[in-house]
Design a protein around this ligand. Structure first.
Ligand code: DAH
Length: 343
């Protein structure tokens, strides 16, 4: 090395100016790439500082340059940490998942009001020790009418009232055929409820629909009376409509019961005082019922002298309408979620 170059090189480095320039550049660096580039420029092997350090001959300028190097190393490390943190903050706020935020609400569906009523009815009867039964919707004329002692002239036997699939097969018009199926498959005593769809050729109105559901009850035992029927219906009506309900019977006619009655339940809207829903009577019709006709016992091979029984049938949609005060039965078949979500 020549004598001229040595001092010239050291002198060419103004340590303070170099440090200020480098510190300003580091502070202004806004990306890790920029910082890497600056590190090469100010601290790299070919940087002014490193070259000067390599050529240092005296202790003093060595110490000065080393102090600058340390100061710069520190500044680079600090700025690098700052940039890392900024990058992390940005990532967290843009695509981070905040696990403490409430999630999107998942709507859980609920049972259709008719199904809710069906379950209430099932619970009420299971509590009384009844068996639940499910039967066919496509039924023979024999089971839908003949064995239930419908006279040959009964209006329900007409294709105007009933959907016939052939001369002797119909869509069942009621759940009453379950009485026959049950008595043909079990020895009394029996206590059973059959629930399901039935079909009638009715025009659609606010209170009628050609498809609906019924629950049908049958009890056959020794010594049953109308009082047992009344107590049973009272229990179920109270389960459906509340403890303060009363039940009354009106005489009626059905082919398979004798005597036949129609049970009414006291109106819950007016408490029995009379209102629009109960047509000012204080009572609401609940379906049909009666004591099993001796002819029905004979039709299934049971001795009418040995056995007594009662039966009843009620519409589920009607029960749902009454329980929830639904003015139009069509709402139960249209599956409009705005309606169904209210129950
Ligand atoms: N099946 C009748 C109907 O749909 C209702 C009914 C009446 C059922 C009397 C019965 C009963 O079990 O005993 O109109």
């Amino acid at each position: 090395m020549s004598k001229e170059r040595e001092p010239a090189t050291v002198a060419a480095v103004d340590a303070a100016a170099l440090q200020n320039e480098a510190l300003a550049a580091v502070a202004a660096a806004s990306t890790p790439a920029e910082l890497t580039e600056l590190r090469t420029r100010y601290l790299g092997r070919k940087s002014e500082l490193k070259q000067a350090l390599r050529n240092v001959r005296d202790r003093e300028s060595g110490m000065t340059l080393n102090a600058v190097r340390e100061r710069l190393e520190e500044a680079f490390a600090l700025r690098e940490a700052e940039l890392d943190r900024t990058a992390l903050d940005r990532a967290l706020s843009s695509d981070g998942v905040d696990v403490t935020l409430p999630g999107d609400e998942l709507r859980v569906g609920q049972l259709h009001p008719t199904t809710q009523i069906r379950r209430l009815v099932e619970d009420a009867f299971l509590g009384l020790g009844y068996e639940i039964r499910d039967d066919r919707e496509v039924e023979t004329v024999e089971y839908n009418f003949d064995k239930l002692a419908f006279p040959s002239t009964h209006s329900s036997r007409s294709p105007r009232d009933t959907f016939f699939l052939s001369d002797d097969v119909v869509l069942r018009t009621e759940t009453s055929p379950s009485q026959i199926h049950h008595l043909e498959s079990r020895e009394p005593p029996v206590y059973m409820v059959s629930i399901g769809r039935v079909y009638r050729r009715d025009a659609i109105t606010a209170t009628r629909y050609p498809i609906f559901h019924q629950f049908e009850g049958l009890a056959v035992d020794e010594g049953l009376t109308l009082a047992d029927l009344k107590g049973t219906l009272l229990h179920v009506m109270r389960a459906l409509y509340g403890d303060d309900r009363r039940v009354r019977f009106r005489t009626h006619y059905f082919p398979f019961t004798e005597p036949s009655i129609e049970p009414d339940v006291s109106c819950g809207i007016c408490g029995g005082a009379g209102c629009r829903t109960c047509k000012l009577t204080g009572w609401i019709e609940m379906g049909g019922a009666g004591m099993v006709d001796p002819q029905v016992f004979a039709n299934v091979g049971l001795d009418p002298e040995a056995w007594t029984g009662f039966a009843f049938g009620c519409g589920l949609e009607r029960a749902a309408q009454l329980r929830h005060d639904i003015p139009d039965i069509r709402a139960l078949w249209e599956n409009d979620l705005r309606v169904l979500r209210q129950f």
